[in-house]
Design a protein around this ligand. Structure first.
Ligand SMILES: Cc1cc2nc3c(=O)[nH]c(=O)nc-3n(C[C@H](O)[C@H](O)[C@H](O)COP(=O)(O)OP(=O)(O)OC[C@H]3O[C@@H](n4cnc5c(N)ncnc54)[C@H](O)[C@@H]3O)c2cc1C
Length: 404
């Protein structure tokens, strides 16, 4: 687990570090990056806007792309203990009737596909420990020739500090990105859909991911250790009345009864830890501005449709971590550009895949849903996961070595 410390403690350690790096955001990308830098002997400052006891968030299905970073950080076992293997994936039609079930065996030649809560993933990544300052953020940032001057705010007051590099790992709605890029350098894709994420009780099929592709609704059920993550969503015009009303609407369309779907819908309608989510993504035209770099969703924020955003965030953080670990204060901008050249095309290809899937999964009308249900019967798993297989067979570690 990360150890909460004061900002001043982290700043004192960072002043002695051969490269002073500020990582903003202790999410999937930020924690991976901080741990990479620590493993390389640096003392990055890691700050997080939220409280230490903020909830575990939502469920994540992680592609085998995460194996190299986990192995590098020595946390593979910690990850496996906190996650479950996903071996089957089933799709239901617009009435909730089974449409097709796939075995994920053909993906597994590259490693396991596993389900984990975001909180458990962060705990596994931070298994070796390391410092973080919660309730802390950046309120000012100015790039100078050889340093970035920042103003950090931790609730108790403001502190000015200088860094050789500042990394925005502050997610989809990154404020650091807004400080360094022009508005027209940030674009996005809006599905027009919105939904809720919640948790349901576990059942006797912890290895089964299940989705119900409706006409004007989508229901996903994704087991993690000890519970099932649920996503229910639809077009914004239909979800506007709120979760209980929308869940009632979904129930009226379902013609097949299923205990898992029933519990999932109830949990979303009445659950306490249900989060509202707008299904939009974001893409930054450049991932670096002099000494400030972007990583994870701050650089390319994903729709959850392909289930690959967190894996790509970890992979990018690993590539960035390696690049920065070799940098000197004078070569930071080059290191950031090298990271971007390696990773941006790959991440944007994965992001494009999640946009294509969104168009398939989120259908409003019955005729469109019927056409999709028919097509889904003939799509083999090999074809559906072809873009992911391409990512898996061309991992960045080899290209990083080749680029040197
Ligand atoms: C419902 C849902 C389901 C998903 N399912 C999957 C899946 O199955 N598989 C998958 O691979 N991906 C999935 N994703 C995508 C994945 O979660 C993201 O791509 C991934 O978490 C990105 O990591 P990140 O570190 O960039 O952002 P985050 O994990 O969001 O972390 C950003 C952190 O920065 C902090 N922060 C924000 N602003 C500031 C600030 N100004 N100062 C300090 N801290 C700040 C935030 O509090 C947060 O802790 C899903 C996403 C959602 C929403």
């Amino acid at each position: 687990m990360l150890a909460p410390v004061t900002l001043e403690e982290q700043l004192t350690a960072a002043r002695r570090s051969r490269l002073r790096v500020l990582v903003v955001g202790a999410g999937v990308a930020g924690v991976t990056l901080a741990q990479y830098l620590r493993a390389a002997g640096l003392d990055p400052v890691l700050v997080e806007r939220r409280d230490a006891d903020a909830d575990a968030g939502y469920m994540l299905g992680l592609m085998p792309l995460v194996e190299p970073p986990l192995a590098h950080l020595g946390v593979r076992e910690a990850y496996r203990e906190r996650s479950v293997p996903v071996r089957r994936y089933a799709v239901r039609n617009r009435f909730g009737r089974p449409l097709r079930q796939y075995s994920l065996g053909s993906l597994l030649e590259f490693g396991d596909y596993r389900g984990i809560s975001r909180g458990d993933l962060l705990a596994a990544l931070a298994h070796a420990g390391g410092a973080v300052s919660y309730r802390t953020t950046v309120t000012g940032l100015r790039q100078q020739a050889d340093v970035v001057r920042t103003v950090l705010s931790d609730g108790a007051g403001e502190t000015t500090a200088e860094f050789d590099a500042v990394i925005a790992a502050d997610g989809l709605h990154s404020t650091i990105r807004a400080m360094v890029l022009a508005t027209d350098q940030v674009t996005g894709y809006d599905t027009g859909w919105h939904g809720w994420v919640g948790w349901a009780e576990p059942d006797d099929a912890p290895d089964l991911y299940e989705e119900c592709w409706g006409a004007g609704f989508f229901l996903g059920m994704y087991p993690v250790k000890g519970r099932i993550g649920v996503f229910v969503g639809g077009p914004r015009s239909a979800t506007a009345p709120g979760a209980p009303a929308f869940v009632g609407r979904v129930r009226r369309q379902l013609q097949a009864s299923d205990p898992r779907m029933d519990r999932a819908l109830t949990a979303t309608a009445v659950g306490h830890d249900v989060h509202s989510w707008s299904l939009t993504d974001v893409r930054a035209a450049t991932w670096s501005a002099d000494r400030v770099g972007l990583v994870g969703d701050a650089a390319a924020g994903f729709l959850p449709t392909a289930g690959v955003g967190a894996a790509m965030a970890m992979e990018s953080a690993a590539v960035l971590g390696r690049s920065l670990a070799e940098a000197t204060p004078a070569s930071v901008a080059d290191a950031l550009r090298r990271y971007e050249a390696l990773q941006r095309p790959r991440v944007q290809a994965a992001q494009q895949n999640s946009r294509v899937l969104a168009r398939l999964m989120f259908r409003r009308s019955s005729p469109a849903a019927v056409a999709r249900d028919v097509a889904a019967r003939f799509v083999t798993l090999d074809r559906a996961v072809a873009p992911i297989r391409r990512l898996l067979s061309d991992r960045p570690d080899s290209r990083l070595v080749a680029a040197r």
